[in-house]
Ligand binder design. Structure first.
Ligand SMILES: [Zn+2]
Length: 322
């Protein structure tokens, strides 16, 4: 991985590289954007650059690392001792985790001169937990950097937001995603289709593609992917079993699934609208589902219980279909 391997977000990458070259990096960054757009990848790459032990420059792209130093190699393998992810326990990041963070932040880094704390789901910081470490976030020990990624800015506490350099990641143009998918070995038709339907989120495109292949190899449905057509076809009992499986997934993954359904619905509506004599009643049904989907997605982003949201969506679709 290198900055040049990240698809899209060229302006942000340019700004980050400039600050790295000029040794003018900050101590707290917040990357915002939809699931699968590339926030975590960007945060990890920034971390790798910050932690690099040096003499590692002149990789393939301008300002890219070759990734040959010990630090870069450990980052690539996800084993860097000074890159510390703070993931939620259950549904939130707990105050005890931040107490441990504060203790750890004052210990010397293992490898170099920096230590990075990474919050991949920053919206899951409770207010109490966040308040407990504002002081260190504002004025951290030398070499300590905080990286946050989140889907929606309004779910990030203003006290956190105001202490960070905030970067908003926007959807990547479909043509760029298509080219990238082709480079990853996808056939042209598949790359074009995924590029158009992934809503500018390369991670989501790759996820669906991976699942599609997993599905065709394993021959099972529930574990891998369920399409909107499956939802229309299955009875409620079967759908509730599926809801249990969906609940086991990570929240961004569920969001990506809902985005896939949304794209599928939109495609169906376009096809129906273009078909001569296309049924307006059918289009209205699909519109109803789209509305329910949008509501469900907002609820997923607001950390409402996943199973409840999914069940409620299935129920709305099935009751409406009767
Ligand atoms: Zn390095």
């Amino acid at each position: 991985m290198a900055f040049s391997d990240i698809i899209g977000h060229k302006e942000i990458i340019k700004a980050l590289k400039t600050s790295l070259v000029g040794a003018k990096t900050g101590h707290a960054y917040l990357f915002m954007g939809p699931a699968g757009v590339g926030k975590k990848m960007l945060a990890r790459e920034l971390a790798k650059n910050l932690l690099c032990l040096g003499h590692c420059g002149d990789g393939e792209g301008e300002g890219d690392l070759t990734g040959q130093c010990e630090s870069c190699r450990l980052m690539e393998r996800g084993l860097h001792p000074d890159f510390i992810p703070i993931s939620p326990i259950g549904n939130s990041i707990k105050i005890e985790q931040l107490r441990e963070l504060q203790r750890n932040a004052y210990l010397a880094p293992v490898l170099g001169t920096r230590k990075i704390f990474f919050f991949p789901d920053a919206e899951l910081l409770t207010e109490a937990a966040a308040n407990s470490f504002l002081k260190i976030l504002e004025d951290p020990p030398a070499g300590v950097v905080f990286l946050f990624t989140a889907v929606r800015i309004d779910h990030i506490l203003p006290t956190i937001r105001s202490r960070c350099q905030v970067y908003q990641l926007f959807p990547v143009p479909p043509e760029e995603i298509t080219i990238w998918l082709k480079q990853k070995g996808l056939v042209e038709s598949e790359a074009i289709e995924l590029g158009l339907t992934c809503q500018g989120c390369p991670g989501a495109a790759l996820n669906w593609n991976g699942k599609k292949h997993a599905q065709s190899e394993s021959g099972t449905g529930i574990e891998t992917e369920i399409t909107i057509h499956d939802i229309f076809r299955q009875d409620l009992l079967e759908l509730f079993k599926i809801a249990v499986e969906i609940e086991k997934k990570e929240r961004p993954e569920v969001l990506a699934l809902f985005q896939a359904w949304q794209a599928e619905l939109r495609q169906n509506m376009v096809i129906l609208a273009q078909t001569a004599g296309g049924s307006t009643a059918k289009i209205r049904d699909l519109l109803f589902c789209t509305e329910k989907l949008t509501t469900a997605m907002t609820m997923i982003e607001s950390n409402v219980n996943l199973r409840l949201v999914v069940e409620e969506f299935f129920l709305a679709v099935k009751v409406h279909a009767k």
